[in-house]
Write a protein that binds this ligand. Sequence first.
Ligand SMILES: Nc1ncnc2c1ncn2[C@@H]1O[C@H](COP(=O)(O)OP(=O)(O)OP(=O)(O)O)[C@@H](O)[C@H]1O
Length: 234
Amino acid sequence: MSALLNLKNVHAYYGAAHILHGLDLHVNPGERVALIGRNGVGKTTVVNTILGLASLQDGHVAFGGKAHTKLRAYMAAQHGIAVIPQGRRIVANLSVEENLILGAAVGRKGPWTVAEIYKLFPILQERAHTPGTALSGGQQQMLAVGRALMANPELILLDEPTEGLAPVIVDQLAVIFNQVAEQGTALLLIEQNMSLVVRVAKRYMAMAKGAIVAQGEVVNSRDGLHDLERHVMV
Ligand SMILES: Nc1ncnc2c1ncn2[C@@H]1O[C@H](COP(=O)(O)OP(=O)(O)OP(=O)(O)O)[C@@H](O)[C@H]1O
């Protein structure tokens, strides 16, 4: 079984700034992996490298076993990988429903349809014809998740999906992420909120200075939480 996503010895740059230093990371089908680490260690740059937005100068990124050294934004989508970017990036002048339909444009056929997304998030159906950016932060995040699911992905990369959200919304999203994972979609969760990580992820990879410095099983307990928090404390 080959990994859905496999980064090997990745060195990535923004201009002359060398950000990722020989990073190795993989996600297998159906896995729930958390990528954790302090601010500025390069977590978003991992996503940007996969999308071809940071310059890959050594190593490779493989989708489904096929290695690439020249990455382009459409390639991840073609290989069944959807991205929920940091800051959500809802299209301002499209309605909730139009934002969802847009998600399907770059994806494959599968079980997720607008009707299924509305079952998952009834509030989105109530607000179907509202401009996406008129939603609350929590509703926008639900829309970002719904839009990603509309592509019927095998793997979703989530970049700090709970940033700035109230704890009650984070709890709702934890339930949704588990539901999505139970239906077989793999998750790579970039997160600073370790209480979410222990509820959703089964394996973690911790970054420092552009590389993976620790990894292991996620244990959903007080000790497990403390163990993970060591990697994100300043
Ligand atoms: N476009 C850019 N050009 C140059 N340097 C950048 C650019 N974007 C990010 N950086 C730098 O790259 C490093 C890694 O940033 P990155 O956003 O990947 O970190 P992060 O771990 O995701 O942090 P955060 O949790 O704050 O989002 C930081 O030092 C940052 O200042």
